[in-house]
Design a protein around this ligand. Sequence first.
Ligand SMILES: Nc1ncnc2c1ncn2[C@@H]1O[C@H](COP(=O)(O)OP(=O)(O)O)[C@@H](O)[C@H]1O
Ligand SMILES: [Mg+2]
Length: 219
Amino acid sequence: MQDKIELRKISHHFDTTAEQIILFRDLALEIKTGEIISIVGPSGAGKSSLLSIAAGLEKPANGSVHFNIDGSEVDELALRANSGFIFQQFHLMPELDALSNLALPLRLKGNRNAFNIAAAWLEKVGLQDRAKHRPHQLSGGEQQRIAIARAFVSEPRFIFADEPTGNLDMKTSENVAGLMFDFARDSGCGLVIVTHSMRLAMLADKSLQLSDRKLEAIK
Ligand SMILES: Nc1ncnc2c1ncn2[C@@H]1O[C@H](COP(=O)(O)OP(=O)(O)O)[C@@H](O)[C@H]1O
Ligand SMILES: [Mg+2]
């Protein structure tokens, strides 16, 4: 059975002292497991906000968001427990080595096999020789490979990636994006990726553009 996130007629805005910033109105979006969706659009269009709403981290000003896992509607906490996140700035724990960064989400869930599973993922991203290295000893691309493995290590149903290649050069971006897409296809999770790269966006099953407060299919 496919798990699903459904955003229905959602609108969102931020109120600042000077003005109201309207991000989008009456937007609809469906994200299913087994699907890769990309979102492109200019800076400030609201892509990160949309991702946060879809991931249950933020509530929209109007409209409703529904999370379906294993056939029943669940709340945002249950969705989060089944989600992985990848950010532009990697967000690894600076004081932990690569292996411990990967083991952390598993250890937090009480998994006694955390370090073995982490070691297997380290190998999958080709960094088995870097197990004892801390993030500052790794290149940006290496850090992002760890962050990708960390997102997948708990076998989440959904992965949310916000400009995951935004800090990487072209060749490294392709390598990192390739890994992410392969893992998503192999695991059958749903992947939503926000990106500035049209090339990367077009590798998704569905591509959407957020601009002028609207979300439109471009693929
Ligand atoms: N917490 C906030 N308070 C006020 N304005 C915000 C907040 N978060 C984002 N914004 C504004 O909302 C707009 C959309 O932000 P964001 O979702 O980060 O866009 P994108 O990811 O497409 O660049 C921007 O103009 C941003 O400055
Ligand atoms: Mg953003």
